[in-house]
Ligand binder design. Sequence first.
Ligand code: SF4
Ligand code: SF4
Length: 444
Amino acid sequence: MQTRFTSAQLADPAVAHSETILRKCVHCGFCTATCPTYVELGNELDSPRGRIYLIKEMLENDRPADKETTTHIDRCLSCLSCMTTCPSGVNYMHLVDHARAHIEKTYRRPFFDRLNRALLANILPYPSRFRAALKLARIGKPFSKLFGMSTALKPVAAMLELAPASLPSPRPQPSQQIASPRGRVAILEGCAQSVLDPEINAATVRLLNRLGIEVAKPEREGCCGALVHHMGREAEAIAQAKKNVDAWWKVHEREPVDAIIINASGCGTTVKDYGHLLRYEPAYAEKASALAALALDVTEFLTRFDLGAPRRWSSLRVAYHSACSMQHGQRITSEPKTLLKKAGFTVLDPPEGHICCGSAGVYNILQPELAGELRTRKVANIESVRPDLVAAGNLGCITQIGLGTHLPIVHTIELLDWAYGGPVPRGLENFKGFVSDVPGHVAA
Ligand code: SF4
Ligand code: SF4
């Protein structure tokens, strides 16, 4: 794609980076077919190619974002399906991140939109605030339909619907002392996940400890920054990333870790890109790149080991939902399924697996209607393969899909933990497939 940036504009390294990305796009449109918003809405401006044009126009003319550009960029899920499809290697992720930051700086959103975004940015990344907000949400939950009747308050309705009826108690991350560890890792405990489902981290630590892996606990670690970054709040994302770099570097300096384990793929995509996010921060750039190179999804890390035969056997048919951040953001496709198969589960691939479920960070709150349509589509595809339950590697997807189906849905790591000796995933204690497993039966 030809561009017309001036040399003065290109003196800004962020613009220069976006220009390089824009020039790679050859307008072929292959990406449109796999873009969920284009598939749903059929509007070129809601396709990756259309958005690329809008971003080019906005940046090239050095103009503030307008309502139209903002609307179409806001509808983008950042699912990155377009990046998987693109034959030219267009880094849409960095381009849309730049566009979002530009929109945030130059466009004044309507009052309720600003308020909703400010609330999300100031609550979700902080576990104690998030926990308090979820307790409050229980009071408002019965009124969610009422809020949904006002366009401006639809995000509030979506928040209330997504809020669980009850919360698990907070629990410290368990970790065993291992006499002669085979390895040492740090885990990103995450923000929302540690409140909504602390069992995911607990299952991860149990599995790693069983393998003889020591789990270090970094102090003052926090949200990875993805939630605010997707809203264009770049400075906040950078601040959150720096906090994690400080926390992990301290641990790594004391005694090197083999990996930074991430069990929420949305966070994984962001942490693996910390080198880029902190590239203009002289005190952090190098450390951020080094730590990003150590970041691994827990399933990537586990496939480096022989987990042996499972201690429990189940005939459960598991529909594996590959989060967009897993398959498109990190290009992890086979590892989770291989591990589940080795653990004895029958793994099913639902049709249209490349299409987003509509979760996408806070997308299901800010764009509830489109997110709802994508959820309906995803659930129909999952249910079409007639599974006993669903597994996914990202809590956002688990929550989003769980609202649309009666099928149990768990984190991949909870199934693996159970198969190798851990407890039955929370809430499924009476689920037939788990109670009827044959102790001692070993996979062939
Ligand atoms: S990130 Fe997803 S929603 Fe956004 S343009 Fe690409 S394919 Fe479409
Ligand atoms: S597939 Fe890639 S090169 Fe083709 S239009 Fe989409 S972004 Fe541009």
